[in-house]
Design a binder for this molecule. Structure first.
Ligand SMILES: Cc1cc2nc3c(=O)[nH]c(=O)nc-3n(C[C@H](O)[C@H](O)[C@H](O)COP(=O)(O)OP(=O)(O)OC[C@H]3O[C@@H](n4cnc5c(N)ncnc54)[C@H](O)[C@@H]3O)c2cc1C
Length: 426
């Protein structure tokens, strides 16, 4: 076995984020060459950059465009809101990627010209590409919450659904809230980024209230008819661990807010006034996906060929992560974005080398949710490409959920985070 092939197989199975591409066939490897531009250095984009570099042995020219100097992880960000972690604990730098020879341009991509194969940047530069990978995450549909459609309102009623300054600001709002206050969390109708994330957030705020503000309440105002992920586990936690603190109300589709009074308004239910109102608005693929013309599903998400993650509409443009129209039972998660990126990186190298792409990718997902600062539950799944249906389907009998919350799962969850940060950014 060649060193390249050994390295490739080792890399393929690195970290906790296993993916198999065509039964571990070597992709383009050293024969691939060309320019790949990646927009967004989050879970999808950074993983794609790393594995393109690793699997091509540096023969491909890779440029990543990202406006932020460091990456702040959404996974574990609810612990910052609960107060058991700090922002520094969930912040990762890009030096690992730079050390691999990957160019990181600190800028925002504003347009794509697919005919000339050029990405335009806010600072004025044009970046030519042979293959473009977009992993821009999500943008909010502010028009669906009209009173929040301005910067002043957005600094008062927070989403904290992109980790960073809003995560810290929401924590400060909770610290400033008097004991006896109500924290209300509005959840959009699925699909949205991280199905269990809002319910984990409710647990983390309840964990804080139980210790510091025991007369306070957490009110979950869910646009969905029921808890969208790990329902029985979360409901058990609210009934037992957070009895008298958490109240869950389904079918609360938000129509607008009153910013001054922190009031939420709904399609079919009475208004709810909160002390701290936290609104996760409905969302779609990030703006650059719209500008590139790759949004094809419901004006919100990007349909892709799941063998390569190439857009079904715009050639030579691939889309990863939260921005895509998901396959059945595929969550919008960091773990999934990391997996999409590996399938895509292998396919891009194969395409650049003039080879066919691997026909049978298999990917996995594990999602941990913190109930307390240390007790955790998980859900996991395995997804295999189905050639007939041309999508990923969950492998029968694979995956499952925790029997109950436990501290041992807490240690696995922290290990998962360390592994995926190393697998993505180191
Ligand atoms: C509270 C919360 C908890 C979560 N917990 C988990 C968890 O436990 N496990 C899990 O797997 N997932 C979790 N997730 C989901 C996870 O964060 C996302 O699914 C993941 O970040 C998606 O990766 P991505 O690459 O699509 O987007 P991101 O990771 O958001 O990366 C997008 C990047 O693109 C950049 N960008 C956007 N537009 C442009 C542009 N025009 N030009 C240049 N750069 C641009 C952004 O700055 C950003 O860095 C959680 C999410 C939330 C909100």
């Amino acid at each position: 076995m060649s060193i390249e092939r050994r390295n490739f197989l080792k890399a393929l199975c690195a970290g906790g984020a296993l993916v198999t591409v065509g039964g571990c066939a070597t992709p383009g490897g050293p024969r691939a060459s060309g320019k790949v531009v990646i927009v967004g250095a989050g879970y999808g984009g950074a993983t794609a950059a790393k594995y393109l570099s690793l699997w091509s042995n540096g023969s491909v020219d890779i440029t990543v465009v990202e406006p932020n100097a460091e990456f702040v992880s959404c996974p574990l960000s609810n612990l910052v809101i609960g107060g058991s972690k700090q922002l520094a604990d969930i912040t990762v730098g890009y030096d690992g990627l730079r050390k691999r020879g990957i160019k990181i341009v600190r800028d925002t991509a504003t347009a794509v010209d697919p005919d000339r194969r050029v990405v335009k940047l806010a600072a004025g530069a044009d970046l030519p590409y042979d293959r473009l990978i977009l992993s821009p995450g999500i943008e909010f549909l502010w028009n669906n919450v009209p009173a929040l459609n301005n910067a002043a309102a957005q600094s008062s009623i927070l989403h904290a659904w992109k980790a960073g300054p809003q995560t810290v600001a929401l924590r400060k709002q909770l610290e400033a809230m008097p004991d006896g206050g109500v924290y209300a969390l509005s959840i959009p109708v699925a699909p949205y980024r991280c199905p269990p994330g809002p319910y984990e957030r409710a647990c983390q705020v309840a964990w804080y209230f139980k210790r510091a503000k025991p007369k306070s309440k957490v009110l979950i105002l869910d646009g969905n008819g029921d808890v969208t992920s790990k329902g029985p586990l979360f409901k058990k936690a609210w009934a037992e661990e957070y009895k008298g603190i958490v109240e869950y109300r389904p079918n609360h589709v938000l129509t607008d807010v009153d910013v001054r009074t922190q009031t939420a308004k709904f399609e079919t239910h009475d208004e709810v006034k909160a002390t701290v109102l936290n609104v996760v608005p409905p969302m779609r693929a990030g703006n650059i996906a719209q500008q590139a013309g790759v949004i094809t599903a419901n004006n919100r998400w990007c349909e892709v060929d799941f063998l390569s993650f190439e857009s079904i509409k715009v050639k030579n443009v691939h889309v990863l992560g939260d921005a895509i129209q998901i396959a059945p039972a595929m969550p919008k998660s960091g773990h999934m974005a990391n997996q999409h990126a590996k399938v895509c990186a292998a396919a891009v190298l194969q395409l650049l080398a003039g080879q066919p792409v691997s026909p049978t990718p298999i990917i996995t997902n594990t999602c941990y949710s913190f109930i307390t600062d240390s007790d955790v539950v998980h859900v996991d799944s395995v997804h295999r490409y189905d050639a007939e249906k041309k999508t990923f389907l969950t492998v029968p009998g694979s995956g499952g959920v925790s029997p109950a919350m436990s501290a041992i799962e807490g240690s696995y969850a922290f290990a998962w985070a360390k592994n995926i940060w190393a697998d993505t950014f180191a």
